[in-house]
Structures are given as C-alpha cells and as structure tokens.
Write a protein that binds this ligand. Structure first.
Ligand code: BGC
Length: 266
C-alpha cells in the first residue's frame, strides 16, 4: 500500500520548481493532488498530466494565495472534488530582491503577501477542514498534516533580501505556533527548509558559472540541490512514518547551515 493512499493533498505553487516536484511525488505516493498555480494554467496542466500518466489523480486549481477570497474558493473546489483535504503543502513563494534602502513597499508587500499571508490563509482553511473531519484511522493517524516550504533563510540573514528572509522567519514561528496549538487535535505542522535548489527562483545565479561556483562555496556537500532532493521529505512528513514529528523544520540544504566559512576560518 502506498503511504498516502486515499488521502488528498493540496500543494500551492505547484506549477513549477519544488512545488511541482512535491505534487508529482505526492501523486506517486497515492494522494489525490490539488495542483495550485497563481496565474498561468499551462504549466499546472503539465504537472497534472505527469501525475495522471503515472496512474494518479490530480486537478489544477487557480488561486493567488495572498487573496483570501481565492484561497477559500480553491479549498471549496478541492473539497467538492475529493471530499476533504488531508495534507497541505504551503509552498508558494516569491522573491523580489532589493537593497534595503531601495526596497519599495510594493516589493515588501508582494513577498510578505504570498510567502507569509499566503501560508496563513491556506493553513487556516486546511485546519478548518481537519477540525471538521477529525481523524479517519483507515487513512492516517493524524487529522491533518501541514508542511510549509520555508528556507535556510528562516535562520540565515540574507542581505538584499530583507522581505524574503523576514517572510521565512515569520513562517518558522507560524509553523511552530500552530503546531503547538493544534497538536491536541492531532494536526501535525512542520516545515522543510531548502537550501540552494535549482529552480526558476534562483536561475539567474546557478545558470551563470561564476554564480554557481559562489553558490557552491556556501554548500559543504558541494553541489546545488535538485527538486528531487526535497520532494521525498515532503512525502515523509505527510505520511504516518513521521507521526511523532511536529513543530520542526527539516533542512534539505547540503549543509548550508553548517557555517561553511568556519571550515577554514575561526
Ligand atoms: C532562495 C534561493 C537561494 C536559497 C539559498 C532560497 O530560499 O529562494 O534563491 O538560492 O534560498 O540561499
């Protein structure tokens, strides 16, 4: 039996990057998958096809996660289709980088809106449904599982990215606070903290040989990560194999958090 058989997972920001790979992995693990995308349906349809070609079930769901009305509508559509939702992967995230003195309020609000408010809105709707339904022992020992895609930047300050680092620091305490609040109701809440993973968000860095080399200096394990390094961790966190794990971040970063500068300095 597949670990997520009979469960429904919603993955936000699932039309590209880490979210797309997580959606595909959730489908392969037996879940029905809501593949959320922000604006352009084409890439989400490709993820849906990848899941269905492999024998799974999925639907594409449009919503800008920073918009309350759109998030509520997305959950209604998903629950209408599959009956409930068991797993939320709150993954949608953006960067709008600027030196601090030049950062506009629009850049600040856009990043906080998607990365942090989006996480709040999606988690709240998921939790309402988890509480309504309660535990269904045949499917899972938990009433629901939430996994945030955070970042090493929930810990590591990041010059030129104050909005992004702030959003990830916020996700860390959102995750821990709701994990604490909802554990008695058998809701598990955790984060994955990716390091430098090859996706569109950081393509301008890794696609340039010099950029890739300077990135690698920050990674003791000596390679830039792939989305396939991250996805199995999300499946594990969603499954009963991690039933006693809540309120924590699992970093998938090739050792980026190990202060690589101290290998030779200090
Ligand atoms: C960012 C990437 C960056 C990585 C490591 C991620 O959270 O989105 O742009 O390469 O952290 O710094």
């Amino acid at each position: 039996m597949k670990p997520l058989e009979g469960q429904t997972a919603l993955v936000t920001g699932a039309s590209s990057g880490i979210g797309a790979q997580i959606a595909i992995a959730m489908g392969a693990a037996g879940a029905q998958v809501g593949v959320n995308y922000p604006f352009d349906q084409g890439p989400a349809d490709q993820v849906v096809s990848a899941i269905t070609r492999a024998g799974g079930a999925a639907i594409a769901l449009q919503a800008d996660v920073s918009r309350e009305d759109q998030v509520i509508q997305m959950f209604q559509t998903l629950i209408g289709m599959y009956g409930t939702v068991d797993i939320l992967v709150s993954n949608a995230g953006i960067q709008k980088d600027a030196a601090f003195a030049e950062m506009t309020l629009a850049q600040w609000n856009a990043v906080l809106g998607v990365n942090l408010t989006g996480g709040f809105l999606c988690a709240r709707e998921a939790v309402k449904e988890f509480l309504r339904r309660g535990v269904v022992p045949e499917r899972s020992r938990a009433a629901g599982k939430i996994i945030f895609t955070s970042s090493v930047h929930e810990i590591i300050p990041w010059a030129g990215h104050a909005n992004y680092a702030t959003s990830k620091g916020g996700i860390m305490l959102l995750m821990k606070t709701i994990a604490q609040e909802l554990a008695p109701q058998k809701i598990r809440v955790n984060s994955i903290g990716p390091g430098a993973i090859k996706t569109a968000i950081n393509e301008s860095v890794w696609s340039d040989p010099q950029g890739a080399a300077s990135m690698c200096k920050l990674i003791p394990y000596g390679r830039i990560g792939e989305t396939t390094d991250v996805a199995p961790v999300a499946v594990w966190l969603a499954s009963d194999a991690s039933d006693y794990v809540t309120g924590t971040t699992i970093f998938v970063d090739g050792g980026m958090l190990l202060y690589p500068g101290f290998r030779t300095g200090g």
